[in-house]
Design a protein around this ligand. Structure first.
Ligand SMILES: C[S@@+](CC[C@H](N)C(=O)[O-])C[C@H]1O[C@@H](n2cnc3c(N)ncnc32)[C@H](O)[C@@H]1O
Length: 289
């Protein structure tokens, strides 16, 4: 392992090899995220803030705190360590496929349930600040339009990070986050704030009504029972090692309906699990019927 690359820059707070190794192990055990030496600077930056906030003198003191008060400190620590980059309609081709192919197909094929409605379930399994589930909700509304009232349609949005979940639930974004959306979408689905909130937009209630935000660590037990028509697992498994990825793919497979769709992020693939799915497009996979 390299000597501390932050040496000479901020000697007041040093990250020793032992402390870094402890933090990597703690992160792996808590989240499945694999940190290696090239993430050392990132860890250093993100945790320096916490060490200062906690008025501690060193990373060693912070490691002690994590050891002694793991449960209390863990949530805060995880929120600091996760990478939450996302955007509305990120990887647009997934939403195009949803609107133009998958939802019309489901609308034609699904039958009415005992409750008199047709059932649709979509899971955004690393939803970050909400842009992904809201983009799914817009796609559902665009594809189904007035037919939506005859559907029991729900989108589950989960993430390990309690801060990003709170942001998703709030549904308020700086207006630059929706800059690239069409005027039609901006007008239909977002409301501009007034006064000091005039540079923010709030998502329309018809989007938030479709979505339930819940904290869920993908490594833990999944409480959901019913099967999903579509699962978004995008730009999260990239942070995990191969055994964790393969275990998660097995669990996603089990939770998908036969013929259900799994969407991965742009640099992710199913590896050996590919044999259980049919590739239907770039990073889009269908569970065999
Ligand atoms: C880069 S964001 C991806 C957001 C969105 N899916 C997208 O593609 O734009 C990765 C998200 O995965 C979440 N995450 C990391 N480890 C997780 C875990 N073990 N369980 C659940 N979510 C996790 C992070 O909190 C973060 O919000």
């Amino acid at each position: 392992m390299k000597p501390n690359s932050q040496n000479g820059r901020d000697k007041a707070v040093r990250l020793s090899d032992d402390d870094f190794a402890f933090i990597c192990d703690f992160v792996y055990q808590s989240t499945g995220i694999v940190l290696n030496d090239n993430k050392r600077e990132m860890v250093y930056r993100r945790l320096t803030r916490i060490v200062r906030e906690r008025k501690l003198n060193s990373f060693s003191d912070y490691c002690q705190l994590l050891k002694q008060q793991g449960a209390q400190e863990k949530d805060y620590f995880i929120n600091a360590i996760t990478t939450n980059l996302t955007s509305f309609f990120r990887e647009q081709h997934h939403f195009d496929y949803l609107v133009n192919e998958e939802l019309p197909r489901l609308m034609a094929e699904k039958t009415v349930q005992a409750n008199g409605k047709k059932r649709l379930r979509i899971w955004s399994s690393a939803s970050s600040t909400g842009e992904e589930p809201y983009s799914i909700a817009i796609s559902v509304l665009e594809a189904m339009q007035e037919q939506l009232s005859s559907w029991d349609a729900k989108i589950l949005a989960t993430d390990i990070d309690s801060n990003v979940l709170a942001a998703g639930k709030a549904g308020i974004y700086e207006d630059r986050r929706i800059e690239s959306l069409s005027e039609k979408f901006k007008q239909r689905y977002f409301h501009r704030g007034v006064g000091k909130n005039s540079s923010n937009v709030r998502v329309d209630k018809k989007l938030s009504d479709l979505i339930t935000f819940k904290q869920l660590n993908l490594l833990h037990e999944w409480p959901m029972k019913g099967e999903f028509d579509v699962i978004f697992c995008r730009n999260v498994i990239i942070y995990f090692d191969k055994p964790t990825q393969q275990e998660l793919f097995t669990r996603y497979y089990d939770l998908l309906k036969p013929g259900g769709l799994l969407m991965l992020g742009h640099s992710e693939n199913l590896g050996e699990f590919q044999q259980h799915f049919n590739t239907i497009g770039r990073t889009m996979f269908r569970k065999s019927k």
